[in-house]
Design a protein around this ligand. Sequence first.
Ligand code: NAI
Length: 248
Amino acid sequence: MGLLNGKTALITGAARGIGKAIALKYASEGANIAFTDLVIDENAENTVRELEAFGVKAKGYASNAANFEETQTVVNQIKEEFGSIDILVNNAGITKDGLMMRMSEAQWDAVLTVNLKSAFNFIHACTPIMLRQKQGSIINMASVVGVHGNAGQCNYSASKAGMIGLAKSIAQELGSRGIRANAIAPGFIVTDMTAKLSDEVREEWCKKIPLRRGGTPEDVANVALFLASDMSSYVSGQVIQVDGGMNM
Ligand code: NAI
């Protein structure tokens, strides 16, 4: 008996990286998986096949999480095809780093829209469904830099701080209706997003981590499983840092 048997999880930006690891973890615990990404290419279709190998229903949907109308449409389609949406993981995210003095308006807008407005779009579209079901778990993917800040990432840090405020507000608004909302704040996780960093930057990060290694997508997925399942039925409005002890 899996921890998520009979549940449907919707995960944004899950064709690869942390989102994919969460999808696989949930599927291994019996959840049906609907995920979105910008394009559903061969890589995303492979993810679907890996998910189906757990004996669950799985489908990838091409949808830009930053677009309000597209989100409404895709959520309606998922509800139609899966019957329910019990778990929502707002995972899609990008970086466009730069110091404040050199940051363009386009860099700011892109990161805030993809990372934060996308979560508003999905929560707005999914909560009517969760309210009718009288239960739901919403997980916003934040970051340690949303808690502590980071030079060169003012746009990204602001978007991730927003994800935390959004989760806490939803937890307060909808807790009485059986809906929980929490945030995960990963530290340095080895994915395509961090592959862009130079070896020096990576080594500097690792020196600050008591566990002396970068995290894996599965390290984050384990916490996402806890927050999605009834194991965390009395946990709401929290931020869980998954960072090897980097920030205490
Ligand atoms: P990644 O770059 O490997 O994967 C991100 C996924 O989101 C990709 O599949 C991408 O196509 C998708 N995506 C991007 N824009 C989208 C949009 N507008 N609509 C739909 N999908 C979109 O990144 P990673 O590392 O897996 O990150 C996942 C989340 O975790 C992000 O929100 C990121 O900010 C967060 N995070 C990652 C950390 C890390 O060290 N890798 C640390 C802290 C937070």
